[in-house]
Design a protein around this ligand. Structure first.
Ligand code: MF3
Ligand code: CO
Length: 266
C-alpha cells in the first residue's frame, strides 16, 4: 500500500475476527487454486480470470478491482508481477516463461471484511539464486509474523524482516509497506519492512501491538539494490537495477504469543 488513506487502528472483536477469517480463507483458496496453473505459456490475464471467477463463486468481491490510488482505479482482481516487477503488475496477454518468478497478490472482501495475501511462485525450473530469494522472502514474512505479539511494537516486526533479509544479502523495498486491515483493505498502522530513519518516524508510528489488531505483513525483497521505479502504466513497481524481486504477504491477528494467520494455505 501507499501510506495515505488510512483510518484509525482498532481492535477487532471475536465476531469481526470470524468474518475476517472467512475473507482470508477465500484468499488462501485462490492462491492454492492458482498454484496449479502456474506454468510456462499461461497468460497472466487467464490467472486473473480464474481468481475472479472463484471469488465471485464464494459470494465475495475482488478487493483490488476498482480500488483507487492517486485517482486511478486498479483494473483487475490480482496484481501479477514477474521477475524485476516487485508489486502491482497488471494482468495482460503476457505469457509466463520457464525460469521466471511470478508474484501474485490477491485481496478479497466478504461481508464487509477484508483479507489480503501474496505469494511468489517459481515458473518451472528456476535458478538457485531465485530459489534463495523466494525462500528468504517467505521466511522473512514468518520472522515478521513471529514478532506480531501483544506488548511488542510495529518496529519489532520491521526489524525482524529487515535483519533477516539483509543478513542474506538482499534488500527490502522502502516505498511500499504493510498495513492494518479489516473493514478496509488499508487501515492504520503502516507496517514497514524496515526500521524507519529518524527523519521519517512520524510517517510510521511505532504503535504498540494489542490483541485483536489485524495486520497485513508483506515483505517485498530485491536480489539487488533497494531502489524502485514505477512503469509508465502508473502501477507496476520494478527494481531500478532490474534485479528479481519477491513478495509474500499474510493477513494476521495479534493474539497473545501466537498470531493467527488468516490467509494460511493448506
Ligand atoms: N496488497 C497490495 C497492497 O496492500 C495491494 C494492492 S493495491 C491495488 O498495497 F491498488 F491494486 F489494489
Ligand atoms: Co497488502
Amino acid at each position: 500500500m501507499r501510506a495515505e488513506k488510512l483510518i484509525s487502528p482498532y481492535i477487532k472483536t471475536d465476531t469481526e475476527i470470524t468474518l475476517m477469517e472467512k475473507a482470508g480463507r477465500i484468499v488462501a483458496e485462490v492462491h492454492m487454486l492458482l498454484s496449479k496453473y502456474i506454468k510456462p505459456g499461461i497468460k497472466t490475464i487467464e490467472l486473473d480470470q480464474i481468481a475472479e471467477d472463484y471469488i465471485l463463486s464464494k459470494n465475495a468481491r475482488p478487493a483490488f478491482k476498482g480500488y483507487i490510488v492517486d485517482k486511478r482505479k486498479y483494473p483487475n482482481t490480482l496484481c501479477i508481477s514477474i521477475d524485476e516487477e516487485v508489486v502491482h503488475g497488471i494482468p495482460s496477454e503476457r505469457q509466463l516463461e520457464e525460469g521466471q518468478i511470478v508474484s501474485i497478490d490477491c485481496g478479497v472482501e466478504k461481508d464487509g471484511y477484508y483479507g489480503d495475501s501474496a505469494v511468489s511462485f517459481p515458473v518451472g525450473k528456476i535458478s538457485l539464486e531465485k530459489q534463495k530469494l523466494l525462500e528468504v522472502t517467505e521466511q522473512a514474512l514468518y520472522e515478521g509474523i513471529s514478532q506480531a505479539i501483544q506488548g511488542n511494537k510495529i518496529y519489532d516486526i520491521s526489524r525482524a524482516i529487515q535483519n533477516y533479509v539483509e543478513k542474506h544479502g538482499f534488500s527490502v523495498t522502502r516505498e511500499l509497506v504493510g498495513h492494518g486491515i479489516g473493514k478496509s483493505l488499508h487501515e492504520e498502522p503502516p507496517v514497514p519492512n524496515f526500521v524507519p530513519l529518524l527523519l521519517h518516524r512520524n510517517r510510521y508510528p511505532n504503535v504498540k501491538l494489542i490483541n485483536g489488531m489485524a495486520l497485513a505483513i508483506e515483505p517485498m525483497v530485491h536480489m539487488g539494490a533497494k531502489e524502485v521505479i514505477t512503469k509508465k502504466d502508473y502501477w507496476t513497481v520494478c527494481t531500478a537495477d532490474k534485479s528479481p524481486a519477491a513478495h509474500f504477504e499474510h493477513t494476521i491477528i495479534v493474539n497473545n504469543n501466537k498470531p493467527l494467520i488468516l490467509t494460511m494455505r493448506d
